[in-house]
Design a protein around this ligand. Sequence first.
Ligand code: ADP
Ligand code: MG
Length: 487
Amino acid sequence: MNSGSKWEVVIGLETHAQLQTKSKIFSGSSIEFGAAPNAQASAVDIALPGVLPVLNREAVVCAIKFGLAVGANIAPRSVFARKNYFYPDLPKGYQISQFEIPVVSGGSLSTPVGAGDTVSQLTVHLTRAHLEEDAGKSLHEDFHGKTGIDLNRAGTPLLEIVTEPDMRSSAEAVAYAKALHALVQWIGICDGNMQEGSFRCDANVSVRPLGQAELGTRREIKNLNSFRFMQQAIDYEVAWQINEIEEGRMITQATVLFDPASGETRAMRSKEDAHDYRYFPDPDLLPLDISPEWIGEIGKSMPELPQQMQTRFSGQYGLSLYDAAALTSSRDIAIYFAETLSHAGAGQAKLCANWIMGELAARLSREGIELSTAPVQPAALASILKRIADQTISNKIAKDVFDALWRGDGKDADEVIDARGLRQISDSGAIDALVDEVIGANSKLVEEFRGGKEKAFNALVGQAMKVTKGKANPVQVTELLRKKLAN
Ligand code: ADP
Ligand code: MG
C-alpha cells in the first residue's frame, strides 16, 4: 500500500495448525502423511453407526502448550460442539469442533516487522484457539467424471487459531503468520509443513477510510498455504476492494479463493449462501476439564520461548531486535547460535550473529540444505570466529577458511590455516620490514600522502595487503605506516 492512500487495510487471520500427535483426535488411526487412500480410516473416521469418539489426550496437551506460549487463558472446562454441514468428505454430516467455549482464549503474539531502519514491533491479539477435527479429502482428478473420497485426513487433530483484526498490511499479516509458524514448531505441536497442509491460513480482509472507527465489510481468502501467496492474495484483494468502492460499488461479504496462476482472488460463495451450521454441544463427548495442576506440569516441560530468547539475546549480548529475531526464527538456528557461542565465548556474539545470518545462511539457501545437515557445525564455525577475534586471520581470509571447511578440507580453522599458511602476519619484525618495503616501492603515494592526500595512505595499506596476499595484520600495518610516515 502506498502511504498516500486514504484507505486503511484491516486483516484478521484464522490458521489451522495440524497437531503433531501419533493418532487422530477421536480415534486410534495414524495421521502420518502419504498413506494409500483410506488406509488410515477406522470405523470412527468413516462414521459407522454406533461408534463413539474418544478424545486424544495428546491433542489437548498441544492446545495447552500453545495457550501457555501466547499467554492466553486456558479454560478449566471447554465443550466440543457439532458443526453441521453436508459434504461428501464429511461422513458424519458434522465436524466436531469447539464453538461457545474454546479451550484457549485471549493471549497475543509479538514479532518485529520490516527490516533495517524501519523495524517495529507488531503485537497481534488472539481471539481464541480451539480444537477440532479435519475433514477428509475429495479427489477430482483421477476419476473421470466421478469424485474419489480419501478419509485418511478425516479426524486429524487441528488447532484453529483466530486473531483479532489487528493487522494493517500484507507485510504485517505475513510477519504474524511467520511468527506463528515458527512458534508452533518451536513448542513442538506442529511440523509446520505447508506443502502437506499442516499449516494453512485464511485471511479476512477489509478496507475502510482512514480515520473511520467502524470496520469495513470483509472478504475471507481461504486456504493460503504459502507466505508468498498470502502476500500476493492480500495485495490483490486490497487493490480490488479499493477499486470497487472508488467506483461506487459495495463490498459484499464473501469467501474467496486465490488463484496463484492468475494472481487473482475469486468469489466462491457469498454470505447469502453461507451455511447455518446449527452448532450444538456434542452429546457423545464429555466437557473437557483441565486442572491447574495439569497446566502447571505442562508449563514445566516447555522450552524457553522465542520472544523470551529474543529479550535475553538483546540484553545479554547487546544484539539488535532485528538480529535477535533472526537468530530465533527457528529453534534450530537459536540452538546453533547458542552452541557456537559456547565454543567461541560470549564476547563473539555479534560476530557470530553476522556469520550465521550472512555467510552461513547464504550458503544454506544457495545449496538448499537444512542447518542440521550443514557441513560446518557450531564447533567448526566457532574455531573460525576465534581466529578472527585473536587476529590470526582477517574476515576476508576467514571466508576462504569457511569455504574449505564447508567442502570438508580440514576439521577446524586451525588445521586449514596451518595447512595453507593463512596465518596473519603479526610478527612486528616482519611488519616492520613490510612497511619499509611498501614505502620504498611507492614513493609517489608517499609524496601524495605527505602533501595532504589521506586517500594515498589507504592505498599504501592496500599495497601492504596485496604484497602479503591479505595476510598482513591491517591494524599493525596501519599503525606502523602512520608512525613511519610521520617522521
Ligand atoms: P466467522 O465466525 O464468520 O469466522 P469471526 O468474527 O470469527 O467470523 O472472524 C473471523 C476472522 O475475521 C477473525 O480473525 C477476525 O479478526 C476477522 N475479522 C472480522 N471482521 C473483520 C473485518 N471487518 N475486517 C477484517 N477482518 C475481520
Ligand atoms: Mg471463522
